[in-house]
Design a protein around this ligand. Structure first.
Ligand code: URA
Length: 425
């Protein structure tokens, strides 16, 4: 069976398999599924369809990465990758762009003037060996099979298949030559998998396949009902990431960074347990070493590091002091504890104001977005502000009224809960 799968993937890359034949094959998998062994065979064949990052045996056990299924305000990667490098791990992070309501790490990074995200596999390897971290886009030579398969899945309605999603995501991570990986699988109204049950199935499948390929993998199942942290939008999320890298970020973001980094420090033997690893990550945020790795990475990738000289230069550098940029603050019409903030509603508004793209290739406005002044569990008096929108054009009345419904207050005190619901390995 694995020989047959290898031949098919070869046909995907060399063009000997026609679009019709490939569509039939993808539809077959979509309708019938694959066994775990078949999914491993498919993922390995896809990984081997292009270049693979190779590491010498002394450092290969320290090569790690994370993948998130995407969310609103999800800037974990921007903080986690340099923090892990500061703790001794090596992180060749290949990321994607935002689409629809979900943001993308590359778009956020490109808010930093001059920063390049296109790098050859050889330059990625050199940068990771010298400073421990690179955050870049997918090159044409890594997993070319996925590019053709994903494009066809997109137009044939075969994206939502657990074995096809598993092989697509895990093959790209496996091509980085990883020893260990953490998967942040989100569920909830603003997640790729809205239903928890589907997210659990996807997490289980990715963990089993990646572990079956020799990558020590844990999945963290996290809730994506509310935005993560307070900033939504590319430049604003970089600002919040820098604050978090300097030890003063929002608690929910810091928790995900510390837990996920702790799991990888433990998996690679640099920490005695996940909890000890989480403390190491936390310390790197407090002592400045995580931020220093971030600064080195920005410099190595051509970014202008003088923006980090002061708060004002950071705001200016990220385009947040542009005179064309307007802010609108919205207040609550009642008093109470915040029980809910609808991530999907806020993401749609920000995207509509220009922060997101409907199709790959659409242009985006990096300075547009929103800052939440509150999080779930906070208490607000009537008339207090809860969100500030950053926008260029006038915000219309319907948008503002729609947003007012996206925060829910209660007379009863509520406590913020951890976003982490379950872990699988
Ligand atoms: N992201 C991917 O990279 N591949 C999928 O199939 C789905 C989401």
């Amino acid at each position: 069976m694995s020989e047959a799968i290898r031949d098919l993937v070869q046909g995907v890359v060399d063009g000997s398999l026609s679009d019709d034949e490939l569509t039939d094959w993808l539809r077959g998998i979509y309708n019938v599924g694959l066994t775990e062994l078949e999914t491993i065979a498919l993922t390995e064949a896809m990984r081997d369809s292009g270049d693979i990052l190779e590491w010498n045996s002394e450092i290969s056990k320290l090569i790690v990465d994370k993948h998130s299924t995407g969310g609103v305000g999800d800037k974990v990667s921007l903080v986690l990758a340099p923090a892990m490098a500061a703790c001794g791990l090596l992180v060749p992070m290949i990321s994607g762009r935002g689409l629809g309501h979900t943001g993308g790490t590359l778009d956020k990074l490109e808010s930093i003037p001059g920063l390049r995200v296109e790098m050859s596999p050889e330059s990625i390897r050199q940068q990771v060996e010298s400073i421990g971290v690179a955050m870049v886009g997918q090159s044409d030579t890594l997993v070319p099979a996925d590019r053709r398969m994903y494009a066809l899945r997109d137009v044939t309605d075969t994206v939502a298949s657990i074995p096809l999603i598993t092989s697509s995501i895990v093959s790209k991570k496996a091509a980085e030559g990883l020893s260990a990986m953490v998967l942040d699988v989100k569920f909830g109204r603003a997640a790729f998998m809205v239903e928890r049950e589907q997210a659990v199935k996807l997490a289980r499948s990715m963990v089993d396949v990646a572990n079956g390929m020799g990558i020590r993998t844990t999945a963290v199942l996290t809730s994506m009902q509310h935005p993560l942290g307070c900033a939504i939008g590319n430049s604003l999320e970089v600002l919040e990431s820098v604050e978090t890298l300097c030890g003063s970020g929002p608690e929910d973001l810091e928790e995900l960074v510390c837990v996920q980094g702790g799991l990888l420090l433990h998996a690679t033997g640099l920490a005695e347990g996940p909890r000890a690893g989480a403390v190491m990550i936390h310390d790197s945020l407090q002592d400045g070493s995580a931020f220093e790795r971030f600064r080195l990475m920005v410099e190595a990738q051509g970014g202008n590091v003088s923006i980090f000289d002061s708060d004002a230069s950071l705001m200016r550098g990220l385009g947040l002091m542009d005179p064309d940029l307007n802010t609108t603050e919205l207040s609550v019409g009642a008093t109470g504890w915040v029980v809910d903030i609808d991530a999907m509603a806020i993401a749609r508004v920000c995207s509509g104001l220009g922060s997101g793209r409907a199709r790959l290739g659409d242009s985006i406005d990096r300075a547009v977005g929103a800052i939440l002044e509150v999080q779930v569990g906070d208490y607000l008096d009537k008339g207090e502000p809860w969100i500030v929108l950053y926008h260029r054009d006038e915000v219309d009345r319907d948008t503002i009224e729609g947003l007012l419904d996206s925060i829910t207050l209660s007379d009863e005190e509520v406590e913020a809960e951890s976003r982490i619901e379950e872990m699988f390995d």
